[in-house]
Design a protein around this ligand. Structure first.
Ligand SMILES: Nc1ncnc2c1ncn2[C@@H]1O[C@H](COP(=O)(O)OP(=O)(O)OP(=O)(O)O)[C@@H](O)[C@H]1O
Ligand SMILES: [Mg+2]
Length: 209
């Protein structure tokens, strides 16, 4: 294996868009090529972050306020980068995240109407400049994504209404437009293998560049 610079990639998209599928594919591809790779899901990825995840996704927590929700996401995220992401990047390893800060901007900001500026201020404290080299948006129409989730029991966030989901999807596209160099936008209606090929193509360029 060639020595390489640390690589940090996040995957984003609405529920059922196909993020986790692509994370897994990339994870196994890179492992197969001999890289040291880590894959964490958000919220989660550490003991404490998984406990915060349970609070966030609990269907009985309907009274959670938008700001409490946002702060909990960043609490989980700060614990993850402190315990896992930063040490791995310092060792020159690859870190893949199934969701990161853009999820909060898209869901709580564009979806739930929290001011983006407030979210960015908290992001500054919680993650500072620990930002991915590449963020892959699996952009999938609501209907397609919902059909992919049909056989699953929905958690609290997944059961939210259509407007919220539509605004979240548009929010992702807006975020990607603002930072085109960081984002790779994929059409989530393509086949799993075709998407995988696009992801690997881009990541190979990053690893060789
Ligand atoms: N490109 C695709 N074409 C068809 N089916 C797909 C595609 N990508 C994923 N799927 C299927 O759709 C379902 C949801 O995919 P996946 O779990 O990857 O979505 P997700 O974005 O991680 O969802 P969540 O946000 O709820 O975790 C899975 O059953 C998966 O096999
Ligand atoms: Mg997933």
């Amino acid at each position: 294996m060639k020595p390489f610079a640390p690589l940090f990639i996040s995957f984003e998209g609405i529920d059922g868009s196909g993020k986790s599928t692509q994370c897994q594919k990339l994870y196994h591809e890179l492992l197969g090529r001999g890289y040291k790779v880590h894959l964490f899901r958000e919220p989660g990825g550490t003991h404490i972050s998984e406990k915060i995840r349970d609070i966030l996704l609990d269907k009985e927590h309907t009274e959670i306020s938008p700001i409490t929700e946002m702060l909990l996401y960043f609490a989980s995220r700060n614990q993850l980068i402190t315990e896992k992401v930063i040490p791995a990047l310092k060792r020159g390893e690859v870190v893949l995240l199934d969701r990161f800060v853009d999820s909060t901007l898209a869901y709580q900001g564009y979806g739930r109407d929290l001011p983006l500026e407030s979210i960015r201020q908290v992001a500054d404290v919680a993650i500072g400049d620990v930002m991915p080299h590449l963020t892959i948006l699996v952009d999938t129409p609501l209907e397609t994504a919902e059909n992919r989730m049909d056989d699953r029991e929905l958690d609290r966030l997944e059961a939210e209404n259509r407007d919220f989901k539509e605004n979240t999807r548009k929010g992702y596209l807006e975020l990607a437009k603002q930072e085109p160099d960081r984002w790779l936008i994929l059409d989530g209606r393509e086949s799993i293998e075709s998407l995988k090929a696009r992801v690997i193509n881009r990541v190979t360029n990053l690893l060789n560049g």
